[in-house]
Design a binder for this molecule. Structure first.
Ligand SMILES: Cc1ncc(COP(=O)(O)O)c(C=O)c1O
Length: 407
């Protein structure tokens, strides 16, 4: 009797065959069914095959797998206990570090996921403004995909109200496209004096437009008395140390960090000025979770922030990203593949120039086959050294040639 594959077993016991939709393999048999371990910039599947990894947990692993300073901090804390019935010193240390580092932050609080922290910001904004409507730009986590036309996943948009969301709730949420100032102005006109907040996650492909879009968002929200909330779940600890706020030079009212904040440990933070954060003080909205203040993730975050302060992590992500993705773009051109990488070096996105020709899926298949694990938004980490980039490019050159021959 044939043994079931991991994918078959997972699909039997869970919808999508994965707890995270975007992690479910769609390019079998080349794509790994499961990953069993990681080290530095590499991961291994259940058959022992190794891959140079650019998925990195879909963003969280920015320093690399088993990054020594982070793992030591986690082990050290593990010896003291994981969670307690009172606040802990680490909660204070990391909140202080974030307030020191992030332009909009005077106070911070912790949760586990980015989506949950953005839901907290929505609650705060509604309470602080006494308004009910929310405008969302980009994907802000499944919990907040409530508007008709919202991003259900980073690359999936709903054409109507999202399934499972009451119509009345959906009617209070409005999806707006990145850099669509006219669309935003129309929403402000239609729901005059009713919009509590605009949540914005930067678009990968056209992120540079943030230089003009963010200042306009700031001006408009201020004029309309709405709060501006930056979803820094992806951009945070990737574009700049002081993050997109420093990179684009605009200070929001609230911001949310997750993913790279603890190099893979589950931690998110919502933060803002004392005035705004006061909304979740004792007389305001209640936002509370048993696992807020869990110490292993906070120990990891403290080690992560210390690493970013002491070493040029951000410079490395830009340099290695630039080196790899511009060389890959040249390979696409040289081999005549209708593919392109667009966006900024620390978090670019693969684009198909001829969507009717399935070049991207085929290229990804070949990349997996040669031992390079890619994602629609591929990330370099602090552990990707020059030799890893060179090895990746040699493997991807083979992949490009094979795709060209197959198309
Ligand atoms: C821009 C953005 N915001 C929010 C989220 C949600 O974060 P989480 O999956 O931790 O809830 C994601 C997740 O991919 C994201 O990409």
């Amino acid at each position: 009797m044939n043994e079931s594959s991991w994918h078959e077993r997972l699909s039997q016991v869970m919808p999508w065959g994965s707890s995270t939709c975007s992690k479910a393999p769609s390019l079998l048999p080349e794509e790994p069914e499961v990953i069993v371990r990681g080290d530095g910039c590499r991961v291994w599947d259940a058959n022992g095959k190794g891959y140079i990894d650019y998925r990195n947990g879909l963003g969280p692993v920015a320093l690399g797998y088993r990054y020594p300073a982070v793992d030591e901090a986690i082990r050290d804390q593990l010896d003291r206990g994981i969670i307690f019935g009172h606040p802990g010193p680490l909660e204070c240390d990391v909140a202080e570090m974030l307030c020191d580092l992030i332009p909009c932050a005077e106070q911070a609080r912790f949760l586990k996921t980015g989506g949950e922290a953005l839901a907290a910001c929505i609650r705060i904004a509604r309470f602080a403004t006494g308004r009910e409507h929310i405008v969302q730009i980009g994907y802000n986590g499944w919990l907040n995909s409530l508007a008709s036309g919202a991003n259900l996943l980073p690359s999936v948009t709903s054409s109507s109200g999202p399934p499972g969301v009451p119509v009345g709730l959906s009617a209070l949420h409005h999806a707006c496209a990145w850099n669509d100032l006219d669309g935003l102005k129309r929403l402000f006109a239609r729901f005059d004096g009713q919009i509590a907040a605009v949540l914005v996650a930067a678009d990968y492909q056209d992120m540079e437009q943030g230089h003009t879009f963010y200042p306009e968002l700031r001006r408009l929200t201020r004029a309309q008395g709405s709060l501006l909330v930056f979803d820094e779940v992806v951009t945070g600890f990737r574009l700049a140390v002081g993050v997109a706020q420093a990179y684009f030079g605009v200070t929001p009212d609230l911001a949310v960090f997750g993913k790279a904040l603890a190099n893979g440990m589950p931690l998110s933070a919502y933060l803002g000025s004392k005035d705004v954060m006061d909304a979740c003080n004792r007389k305001g909205v209640v936002i509370s979770s048993t696992f807020g203040g869990e110490t292993l993730s906070l120990a990891a975050a403290k080690a992560v922030i210390k690493t970013y302060r002491e070493q040029d992590v951000i410079g490395h992500l830009w340099r290695q990203g630039q080196k790899l993705w511009s060389a890959l773009d040249r390979l696409f051109q040289d081999t005549g593949l209708p593919l392109k990488l667009r966006g900024l070096a620390p978090c670019p996105v693969f684009c198909e120039e001829q969507p009717d020709r399935p070049a991207l899926a085929l290229f990804m298949r070949k990349a997996f086959a040669h031992g390079v694990s890619l994602y629609r938004v591929p990330y370099v980490t602090f552990s990707h050294q020059d030799a890893d980039i060179d090895e990746t490019l040699a493997k991807l050159e083979l992949a490009c040639r094979e795709v060209r021959d197959a198309l």
